[in-house]
Design a protein around this ligand. Structure first.
Ligand code: NAD
Ligand code: DAU
Length: 350
């Protein structure tokens, strides 16, 4: 019997990970710990909230006493750590909250894990979910490998790189059994509409300008979020202790091209005439220190664990757009912040 602590399970990727584990592994208890910041939303996992093998706990990964108690009370056997501040633009305006959550919060969890598991570290896994942004920015060619030297360029990526280093330091110093994965840009249902694709979908719906940073020439490698959750499942169960796995979509797009693709798709879905949504594209001031290109070489996870993306990109985009159009309440709630009321009503607390 495993009691797995998933941190950040009310967020975008975490909610898909929680759903996959709760539905697939009835013999595991999944304890979802989330602070419910602006990015955490229990509506994301409404469908599994009454499952017998699932429990939600509201709390802060930076609160050492609370985390130690949680390990003890829930008899935590393993950790899958996703809780983080995750938006690059926010890290530029408020870097310290990224240092706090992503660095201090990760170390707080590492400390608790070693303290609680010290009798037999060999039975436990601490899995840290990280980003390809730790490797820095690529020019037109080349790919990020697991051996690519770290070269983070934004406050967000510096905080994630730092947390990766701490995880490896705990493996070396305290013999904690760790796994790390570094993934490319995710897209799909439940992504907070501050990130490129849901922001554009929401703005097209509301006939608002589509802000493309700089010339729109930056390149990202896009992966459907459920495929990331599948990779996390494979790495948690089959990955080698102490190893790092890069996860990506083999799917690079220039921002301006992906925005045009989305506009065309939205025109069709909304019954607008062709080219209507693209008229909303507005070039705006570039992001400070904007990384030019991310591209993952995911051949290690493919070769060693047999993982590869299950969806073609066109299919993933279609599913994504349909989900946002079929769930206007979700978009309305997260943009108005009223999803906090759901938590209050469901759990009868603040
Ligand atoms: P998200 O912002 O949607 O969710 C983060 C979650 O963490 C939220 O539910 C939030 O409430 C919670 N949280 C924040 N601070 C907390 C704290 N102090 N204590 C407890 N919970 C807290 O993020 P996401 O996009 O789902 O990313 C999840 C993880 O995956 C992050 O570690 C991120 O760095 C990594 N990642 C994201 C992407 C991507 O494209 N989104 C790609 C690769 C890696
Ligand atoms: O690569 C993985 C990372 O992907 C994750 O670690 C981060 O948590 C996640 O937020 C994402 O970071 P990006 O900065 O790449 O994602 P974002 O959606 O913010 O932006 C994608 C690209 O689109 C980027 O080049 C900036 C650009 N952009 C973004 C927004 C929000 C715009 O042109 N306009 C916008 O309004």
């Amino acid at each position: 019997m495993k009691n797995i602590l998933v941190t950040g399970g009310a967020g975008f990727i975490g909610s898909h990970v929680v759903r996959l584990f709760v539905n697939k592994y009835s013999n595991y208890n999944i304890i979802n710990l989330d602070l419910l910041t602006y990015a955490g939303n229990l509506e994301n996992i409404k469908d599994i909230e009454s499952s017998n093998n699932y429990k939600f706990i509201k709390g802060d990964i930076c609160d050492a006493d609370f985390i130690e108690q949680l390990f003890k009370i829930e008899q935590i056997t393993d950790v899958i750590h996703l809780a983080a501040e995750s938006h690059v633009d926010r890290s530029i305006s408020d870097p310290l909250s990224f240092v706090k959550t992503n660095v201090f919060g990760t170390v707080t969890l590492l400390n608790a894990a070693v303290k609680f598991w010290k009798q037999d570290l060999s039975n436990h896994i601490f899995y840290h979910v990280s980003t390809d942004e730790v490797y820095g920015s690529l020019r037109e060619d080349g790919f990020f490998l697991e051996t690519t030297p770290y070269d983070p360029q934004s406050p967000y990526s510096a905080s994630k790189a730092s947390s990766d280093h701490f995880v490896r330091a705990w493996a070396n110093t305290y013999k904690l059994q760790v796994k790390i994965s570094n993934c490319s840009n995710n897209y799909g249902p439940n992504q907070f509409p501050e990130k490129l694709l849901p922001l554009m979908i929401n703005n097209i719906k509301n006939n608002k300008p589509l802000p493309v940073y700089g010339k729109g020439e930056n390149i990202r490698d896009w992966l459907y979020v459920v495929d990331h959750a599948r990779a996390i499942d494979d790495i948690f169960h089959k990955g080698t202790i102490g190893e790092t796995y890069n996860v990506g979509g083999f799917n690079e797009w220039k921002n301006i091209d992906i925005v045009h693709l989305l506009c065309n798709l939205m025109d069709k879905k909304l019954g607008k005439s062709e080219g209507e949504s693209a008229k909303l594209i507005t070039y705006v001031t570039d992001r400070a220190g904007h990384d030019h290109r991310y591209a993952i070489d995911a051949s290690k996870i493919k070769k060693e664990l047999g993982w590869k993306p299950s969806l073609q990109f066109e299919e993933g985009m279609e599913k994504t757009v349909e989900w946002y159009l079929e769930n206007p309440n979700w978009l309305e709630h997260v943009t108005s912040g009223s999803y906090k009321d759901y938590y209050k009503k469901t759990y009868l607390v603040n």
